[in-house]
Unconditional design. Structure first.
Length: 330
């Protein structure tokens, strides 16, 4: 019997080594307009190259997949897929990224530059559509060059943030929104836990130390995800400072980031309302809508998660109008 287990362990180790050596990726040749899709051991030649024909655009699409957990709570995995869209032919997938939107964007931009075609990011609100020559253009420059109408700021009746104007720029404070009352729920949970412990000891006539251990083993997998997401949501506060040089964001959840206006390319809404009830491991499950995302090629700054849709639209309109004004002055 021992020899059988040794053989089984050796076979498992060999299978693991072979699995690690297997490579799965796609190679894009911009000059030949081919996509090589291969998955094989490194000592074998790659798969056959697929001709792309006339390429129209590189597109990013998002699919929110609900992952059902048998022993753990359900969760949501946001999969961003990068597609190469041809004229008349079926789209071909270049790559996909799970919960990594920044990497998906970098891959799509690189493919757009390599192929010299349009770039489309449908995961943004509004969708981000650019030619390959506009990928490094700042948000303010794009509005001025295209003559796009600026979003009109419409102050909501229940304004949730404070905006102070000074000669240097805008100072915006988003106070704590109390998205979840952590301590109240925590107190209820502790009370139920202690009541279950006392009842178990009394009814089952077991040692209280043993019952405490059993209840902890049962409660920790259920309570840990809630604690890890509700605590940051309960203390979320943010501040923004927009000057003629940069946008600075300080968030208790996403940290501190600064993006020069000459490098700030996008300012869009990331919506988390889809499958919100399954986002057990994401703080964003407590957001009314989502957050605003300002990004360049190097930095991504997220803010506004505690705001509703009207406040988010108003905040974005304020920032975009002032960014275009500063860009025109410079």
């Amino acid at each position: 019997m021992s020899e059988f287990f040794e053989y089984l362990g050796g076979a498992a180790m060999v299978f693991g080594v072979v699995w690690m050596l297997v490579r799965e990726r796609r190679t894009l040749d911009g000059r030949a307009r081919t996509l090589t899709d291969w998955s094989c051991p490194p000592w074998l030649p790659p798969g056959q190259a697929i001709g792309l024909g006339e390429v129209r655009a590189v597109v990013i699409e998002r699919e929110a997949k609900v992952i059902r957990g048998r022993d753990l709570p359900d969760s949501v995995e946001d999969v961003d897929s990068v597609w190469i869209l041809g004229r008349g032919g079926e789209p071909r997938q270049l790559d996909s990224f799970s919960n990594m939107p920044f990497e998906a964007r970098r891959t799509a931009e690189a493919a757009s530059r390599l192929l010299g075609v349009e770039y489309r990011d449908t995961t943004c609100n509004p969708p981000d559509i650019k030619t390959c020559s506009e990928l490094d253009e700042s948000l303010g420059q794009r509005y001025l060059r295209k003559g796009q109408p600026l979003p009109q700021p419409q102050e909501p009746p229940n304004l949730r943030f404070r905006c102070m104007e000074s000669p240097e720029g805008l100072d915006i404070r988003i106070p704590r929104a109390h998205l979840v009352d952590f301590w109240r729920t925590f107190s209820w949970g502790m009370g139920l836990f202690l009541a279950a412990l006392v009842l178990s000891v009394q009814l089952l006539d077991e040692n209280w130390m043993m019952m405490l251990l059993v209840l902890l083993v049962a409660a920790l997998p259920l309570s840990l995800p809630w604690i890890c997401t509700s605590w940051p949501a309960s203390r979320l506060t943010e501040s923004l400072r927009l000057t003629r040089r940069s946008l600075k964001v300080d968030s208790t959840l996403y940290g501190r980031h600064e993006i020069p206006l000459a490098e700030l390319e996008d300012l869009f809404l990331r919506d988390f309302r889809e499958n919100r009830m399954y986002r057990n491991y994401q703080v964003e499950r407590y957001f009314p809508v989502g957050f605003l995302c300002a990004r360049s090629d190097r930095v991504q700054a997220c803010f506004g998660g505690s705001l509703d849709e009207a406040n988010l639209e108003y905040l974005r309109a304020l920032l975009v109008n002032r960014i275009v004004e500063y860009t025109r002055a410079n």
